[in-house]
Design a protein. Sequence first.
Length: 365
Amino acid sequence: MKRLPLAIIMAVFFGWLLWSISVRQAALFAVGIGLGVVLAGKRFGFTTGWRMLVEDKDPSGVFGQLLLLALAACLAMPLLGHFPELTAALGPPSVSLIVGAFVFGLCMQIADGCGSGTLYKAGLGIPMNAAILPVFAIGSFLGSVHLGWWLDLGRTAPVGLVTEWGWDVALAATLAGLALVAAGVSFYCKRANLQAGRQIKPLFVRKWVIGAVLLALLATANLVIAGQPWGVVYGFGLWAAKVATATGAVDLSTNWFWTQPGNAARLTETVLLDVTSITNIGILAGALWVSASTPASAKPLSGKQWAVALIAGLVLGYSSRLAFGCNVGAMFSGISTGSIHGWIWVPLAFVGTIFGLRIRRHFGF
């Protein structure tokens, strides 16, 4: 489909949301389109950036993500400090988080995408990611059903740095932490490339820098409009939950997660009222618009590779719920809004990524 017809369809849908649903949901759809255009247009993949670091000793993808985190924190934390009606992306340190983050990091490399990566690559028309998207949603739903059990294994209360320290101290600590990570990544890549006799790769690359700036601005817009940080995987789980309840496949009336007031309300409302869902729809639309002029290519997969990818996608969705988000909800929104669980998530997911890359190579992805 050409870009003009797609733009007309998106404009009509935006107008319908504005007229029939709410100004907020129409605005979030527009923000989602912007996120999709940037993610797909710049190929800003969180999974890819980590893989570049481990396999190619190329720090540019991770430095783009660090820049994104720093910019978003500089924008979000003062807002959270001055406007208490805005909420941070808080998650409890827990057994669930530890297991979920590690498994998520492992599976995202096999499935070649985190939550946002799966979404925008599906929008680009990449067959594997398009097929993974529904099983990711099923996995996220199953994770939500079991989350209460996982939390009973052990948890502490969520810790928000903005609340505990004030936004200025929280921001300074966050930027200091990101600077330490940047220094470590830079040293590691420089030493590894020198030892291998390779040219030292640049820390900042144009596409990652532009992507980071635009995503930080759009994520801040999402925070202001929605009242909560940018997230992805909650929408997936909600979609599967609605299908499961509509078909009578499961009764969620006594489930711990789906009887929480906010979740119970979303289960009975249209998905168009859910802020995460409407942003996700926008991301799909934005990526589809990008693919109309720059189609993505993908190598064909064997039957075994398809089976491995789909299993990884299912477990990816399950673990994303246990970890209270993916690279967006847990890492990006968690760290940039001052949640300790985001800092716990990153090293565990990175260790998982190392194992996931070995499995990925074993199956020839």
